[in-house]
Design a binder for this molecule. Sequence first.
Ligand SMILES: Nc1ncnc2c1ncn2[C@@H]1O[C@H](COP(=O)(O)OP(=O)(O)OP(=O)(O)O)[C@@H](O)[C@H]1O
Length: 246
Amino acid sequence: MVESALEVRGLRKVFTRPAVDNLDLTVRAGELYALLGPNGAGKTTTLRMVAGLTQPGAGSIRIFGVDALADPVAAKRMVAWLPDEPMLYDKLTPMEYLEFVAGLWGVDAKSARAKAQELLEWLALWEHRAERCEGFSRGMKQKAALAGALIHDPKLLMLDEPLTGLDAAMARQVKDLLQARVEAGATVILTTHILDVAERMSDRIGIIQSGRLLAEGTLDELRTRSGREGRTLEDVFLDLVGTDAP
Ligand SMILES: Nc1ncnc2c1ncn2[C@@H]1O[C@H](COP(=O)(O)OP(=O)(O)OP(=O)(O)O)[C@@H](O)[C@H]1O
């Protein structure tokens, strides 16, 4: 049986209204899972609960079998979370930033430097390794933050809108890196409003609306479910959620 990277059951979070409402999700180990939904559907809130950044009102979260609510420290060691507007220590160079983050995770200095070099090369930041991040473009900062999220080799990587605001070349670098992580055995969950990206990159897709799961499966399974064989993910998505833009 394939081990689940993530099992969310009956997850609930209420602010003034329910943002996540009795949500079930299953993400298999080693897949790239796209979590889609209209604005305000509850995607970020869900992933923030999985990352241990906000407490659910009800429900359970298991990460590689570990109960994330009962044992948050063990769960967090396996997880990386990249928000849509990540925070960077601007006064540091990317190399210093990565060494700093690696230190927080207890990665030894030699492995940290090797890993940092590998990530910065992947993301075309190696030639900027000695420059302070404060002079970086938004896309370069986003890539440096992604490298920081990967420095401890998380088994489960969750990214909120990782490609938004990136030009074509930078988006390609990030997509290639994520795909390489999946090929190396990691599990990736990303949210995106760019449905072409979800269509091309993901193994499976979950669509949520008003905090509830509308559908989950491969693109073909979603097509069959919505009676839209041969159609694009955009057609299927709009059918399932109604006319809301993604
Ligand atoms: N800290 C908060 N306080 C109050 N309401 C919140 C808070 N965070 C999120 N919400 C509300 O919860 C709902 C779900 O928001 P969330 O950010 O999870 O949606 P999303 O699917 O990620 O949306 P988007 O695609 O626009 O980023 C929204 O109605 C939002 O206004």
